[in-house]
Design a protein around this ligand. Structure first.
Ligand code: NAI
Ligand code: MG
Length: 356
């Protein structure tokens, strides 16, 4: 098993270092190789995603990614900006399924803006399609309207579009993921108004017949947005399109209250994946040794689960993280009165100890 390790910029190097220590401690047959990406790669090679880095990522079974970006690159031409590296990796690896779990750890229940009883024990997984929908559909552009409410006026338009194979493959990913969880999938659409999403709903229903052990229901996106804040624990796996998924995954992330805890995964058709914390490079705290490494450590657990077929090891990490939280250890971003403040490395130390 080969892991490409791309720490990137800012706190990226600090948090990935802790995740590597945790992976090393599992004593599994990994080969890990590190390469530059983002601003660090730009400084060394003049490009945020050098060929050697891309080659390493393509050859690996999984990519463990830290974060990229810094304000000091804001004046660079867009193709040279650090953030282009992540877009280039998504495109070149064919990553189409974005996994965003929203888990509320018992000990952090106060961090949420919702009432504790609504989110205590929350454990949902949003699966967002990444390649299709209105974000990429052609045609798009600006023109002079020939019809509509204001003929002759300037107008802009985008095209919402999904192909059958795109919907089939994301539906399968969702059903497979649900099989490893509570065996329930909610497909979120807007089939009452949009032909694209009636098509989506029909295909998800068809694919669902291949998974009789998984319970499927459908929900309109406006209702899903309400239910996520009203009764989020009713969901298990949510699968939806690119745009609805963009919005709902951010909404769900905030239920848990704390960006330093949220992992993510993006998978392709061969379960090769890129794993990264949901947050960025946090230049404001970089180099201070206070960044929370848990989102990255939990991303490594997702990597073990989804790309490396090591469910036991994934659960070992997740259990260790819960243990450390139960011990009251907190980096400053999740600190509250009565707990013990620790830095990045100390948090890594504690996870290692809890693993042993
Ligand atoms: P950010 O997520 O880096 O930071 C937002 C706030 O959360 C900051 O106050 C930061 O200190 C805090 N924070 C983030 N992660 C934390 C952690 N692990 N522990 C403790 N506190 C944490 O978002 P921001 O500030 O908007 O962007 C900073 C840079 O990161 C920009 O260059 C942006 O483009 C880039 N970025 C990169 C991403 C990626 O690599 N996938 C994703 C999002 C942003
Ligand atoms: Mg978003």
């Amino acid at each position: 098993m080969k892991i490409a390790v791309l720490p990137g910029d800012g706190i990226g190097t600090e948090i990935v270092a802790q995740a590597i220590r945790v992976l090393d401690a599992l004593d599994l047959p990994f080969e890990m190789e590190t390469a530059l990406v983002g601003g660090a790669a730009y400084e060394a090679h003049g490009h945020p995603l050098p060929d050697a880095t891309l080659k390493l990522a393509k050859e690996a079974d999984a990519v463990l990614f830290g974060a990229v970006g810094d304000w000091k690159y804001d004046k660079l031409d867009r193709p040279l900006r650090p953030e282009q590296a992540i877009l280039g990796l998504r495109k070149n690896l064919g990553l189409f399924a974005n996994f965003r779990p929203a888990i509320c750890y018992e000990q952090l229940v106060d961090a949420s803006s919702l009432k504790p009883e609504l989110i205590a024990g929350l454990d949902i997984l949003i699966i967002r399609e990444l390649t299709g929908d209105i974000y990429f559909g052609q045609p798009r552009g600006r023109r002079t309207a020939v019809d509509g409410h204001f003929p002759g006026a300037d107008e802009a338009f985008d095209t919402m579009r999904y192909s059958r194979p795109e919907v089939e493959r994301i539906a399968r990913v969702a059903f497979e993921a649900a099989r490893k969880r509570s065996k329930r999938v909610t497909s979120v659409d807007k089939a009452n108004v949009l032909e694209t999403f009636q098509f989506w709903k029909d295909i998800v229903t068809e694919v669902g017949k291949e998974y009789p052990d998984v319970e499927l229901d459908h929900m309109y996106v406006d209702n899903a947005a309400m239910q996520l804040v009203k009764a989020p624990k009713k969901f298990d796996v949510i699968v939806t399109g690119n745009m609805f998924g963009d919005i709902l995954s951010d909404e769900a992330a905030m239920l848990t209250g704390s960006i330093g805890m949220l992992p993510s995964a993006s998978l392709n058709a061969s379960n090769q994946g890129l794993y990264e914390p949901s947050h960025g490079s946090a230049p404001d705290i970089a180099g201070k040794g206070v960044a929370n490494p848990l989102a990255t450590i939990l991303s490594a657990a997702m990597m073990l689960r989804y790309s490396l077929n090591q469910e036991d090891a994934a659960q070992r990490i997740e259990t260790a993280v819960k243990k450390v939280l139960a011990q009251g250890l907190r980096t400053p971003d999740i600190y509250s009165a009565g707990t013990t403040k620790v830095g990045t490395v100390e948090m890594g130390d504690a996870v290692l100890k809890a693993l042993a």
